[in-house]
Ligand binder design. Sequence first.
Ligand SMILES: NC(=O)c1ccc[n+]([C@@H]2O[C@H](COP(=O)([O-])OP(=O)(O)OC[C@H]3O[C@@H](n4cnc5c(N)ncnc54)[C@H](O)[C@@H]3O)[C@@H](O)[C@H]2O)c1
Length: 386
Amino acid sequence: MASQKFKDISPYKRTIGTPPEDYLYSKYQKDLAAQATTSTNVINVAIFGIGRAGTIHLTSLARNPRVKILYIVDDIVEKHKKLQDYWSLHDTKFLTSKQSDVIYSDPKLNAVVVASPTFTHEHIVKSALNAKKAVFCEKPIAEEREVCIELYKLAKKVGKPLLTAFNRRFDPSYANLRDRVHKGEVGHVQTIKVCSRDSPLPTIDYLKCSGGIFHDCCVHDIDMLCWVLGEFPIKVSSTAYAHVEEIKAIDDFDTVSVTLLYPSGTIGMIDLSRNSCYGYDQRLEAFGPRGMIRADNEQPIHCVDSQVGLNGIKTAPIWYSFPSRYRLAYQNEMEHFLDLVEGKVTEPFVKGHENLAVNKIASAAEESARTGKFVELTWTKEDFEI
Ligand SMILES: NC(=O)c1ccc[n+]([C@@H]2O[C@H](COP(=O)([O-])OP(=O)(O)OC[C@H]3O[C@@H](n4cnc5c(N)ncnc54)[C@H](O)[C@@H]3O)[C@@H](O)[C@H]2O)c1
């Protein structure tokens, strides 16, 4: 009888509600209600490049009730029919890049999604903005910093959004960590660490035109640290090595450590690898005088095995690679872009100056790795104007 006094009223008379952490159930409730919260106009989209990144974005767009895919551009013509059949895209026009000018002159088209190789971005982004289309472009929007600045200025001039999404910002666990750091739950952050080990090892062909590990991979880690902390570092030091001969031969690295000192005294640390044999190892940890918050690796299967022989406890492996680990983050970033296109939100979640700052820090980290010296960073008003 010890607990009888705690007997509650009928559960039918109590409302607990959906916990905010269950973002999937919240989305389900939205689908269940089938109430359009924005305009009912369909957003007409063109996608450039259906490779590793483009397939992720196509997945977010093909079944999206807000979207109609008017065009898909990819230079591998054999992909066209396969994609059309697989996704039932019978009203979509499939083109090669040489035929893509028709896209920019189509008044029905609202937005362009760019997931073609990096060297093609500048031309596509410029053409789309000049044609007054909203643009979502995989990082980086161009190879040269000056060109990136020009493109952001052009977007401002034509009044259209230009979004380069750092997908990890849209991950529920990382966003939760950031919110709680901003609420002061660990106090003034003393150290913040990212562990980011890629899987599987990308092909050498991809690596040759990737821009190098600092600009291809490390930018995501740098963005995480700066985004959580809300400040940019003043000193960067980095050490890098290529254990894989083929990567050494193209003058790139596969293993990198970066240490960053922030103006408030926080020390950032990045532990980065191109080749993790046990899955896509992604962890983020903020430590301060009031505690520690860590976003851990996630697993597809949550079974735990204890079997004969006392071999300890076994669990399933972590997610294998970025399309699975960050599947929700990619969907969320695309929803954010569609909100921008519809004018439902006016400010891109990833701002131009943040993207430029992250690239400046990545260049400083690469310089440190190549020279063996600390690199000091200074920030002026111009760095925050775009
Ligand atoms: N944010 C992320 O998580 C992430 C992950 C992977 C790649 N990326 C970025 O996405 C971009 C593409 O990388 P990927 O790994 O998907 O490359 P990929 O080689 O797998 O795919 C590129 C596709 O673009 C097509 N293509 C080539 N030239 C084209 C053109 N002019 N117009 C249209 N299509 C063209 C190719 O035929 C291919 O199908 C890169 O800029 C890369 O940095 C971002």
